[in-house]
Design a protein around this ligand. Structure first.
Ligand code: ADP
Length: 306
């Protein structure tokens, strides 16, 4: 079982010709609501990868709460760990996409902020039941640090995707196994700071290796269209992504991380799990949407040639 402790949002996206100026009203060409938040996205990815998933998250007391729960239930995810708080809106990302391809995003944390350190203290049984716990940088820092303490005390493996790269203590990062970051997040925490943008996998690989034991127990750096590198005390690996036509890279990192966590929880090694996660990420960028673009286990395994 994979227990995901993380954010849950409703993404509300307006597609416009151009962004409005202050004080101006523009008409959108189209509008979409979808499940979002890194916690929810990664939970869906792990579920589709075949893991039994328990998502610990918080919803508000509004119509978006029902919308989010509806999506999760249709997908068949457990929702018992999702609490509802009375005095906050469900987390929302108000996204605007212009014809130029640029976007603006306003995030309201809302009910996600109610996932405070104390609320984790009542989740110990759920955490203890996990083969692996997965979290991300979209929670209050104190909550992530409390989660680290619980996992350490319970002896449960913890995977953290430090996105965004919030200032979690070095001691907390040290237990992550693995710590998963993209190129920008890696640089922000001192992994590969001197590597040039667009550098090949082999240039990143030694930086992942040197972060093992220094920054975290094991490390994975995702590098977009290039693929990913990873390292643990057992070795270090570069996993190139297949060349594909990317139509929408939104949520590719979440797909990668959720898939990685699901296969690690099955007992597969980091190298093999990375290979499968790279295949999943490459499939996700070939379809529009976030969780709508995630492929099921059999498709991912076929693409990974496993
Ligand atoms: P994030 O979305 O968090 O910035 P990345 O851009 O590094 O993360 O993408 C995560 C993973 O998704 C990559 O490691 C890769 O497996 C896959 N991926 C992303 N973009 C592409 C692409 N253009 N072609 C193939 N795979 C991709």
């Amino acid at each position: 079982r994979v227990v995901v402790v993380g954010s849950l949002n409703v993404d509300a996206t307006s597609y416009v010709e151009r962004f409005p100026a202050p004080g101006e009203t523009v008409t959108s060409r189209a509008f979409r609501t979808a499940l979002g938040g890194k916690g929810a996205n990664q939970a869906v990815a792990a579920h589709l990868a075949g893991a039994e998933v328990d998502l610990v998250a918080r919803l508000g007391d509004d119509a978006n709460a029902a919308l989010a729960l509806g999506v999760l239930e249709r997908l068949g995810l457990a929702t018992a760990g999702i609490g509802q708080v009375a005095d906050a809106p469900t987390g929302v990302a108000q996204i605007t996409v212009a014809d130029s391809g640029e976007n603006t995003v306003i995030v309201t944390g809302g009910a996600n902020l109610a996932l405070d350190p104390e609320s984790l203290d009542t989740e110990r049984e759920r955490l203890a039941s996990a083969a692996l716990v997965l979290s991300q940088g979209e929670l209050p820092i104190a909550t992530i640090e409390r989660l680290v303490e619980h996992c350490a005390a319970l002896g449960v493996r913890l995977v953290v995707n430090l996105a965004p790269p919030v200032a979690v203590s070095a001691a907390a990062l040290a237990v992550c196994d693995p710590l998963v970051v993209n190129e920008h997040e890696a640089r922000a925490i001192g992994i590969g700071a001197e590597v040039a943008a667009g550098a090949p996998l082999d240039e990143w690989r030694p930086h992942a290796a040197s972060a093992v034991g220094r920054v975290a127990r094991s490390v994975v750096v995702t590098l977009g269209a290039a693929g990913a590198v990873g390292a643990s005390p057992e070795g270090d690996w570069a996993e190139p992504a297949p060349e594909v036509v990317a139509v929408d890279t939104t949520g590719a990192g979440d797909c990668f991380t959720g898939t990685l966590a699901a296969f690690l929880a099955e007992g597969r090694g980091l190298a093999e799990s990375m290979r499968i996660a790279v295949a999943a990420g490459a499939l996700a960028v070939q379809a529009r949407g976030t969780v709508d673009s995630y492929a099921p286990r059999a498709t991912v395994l076929a693409a990974a040639a496993l």
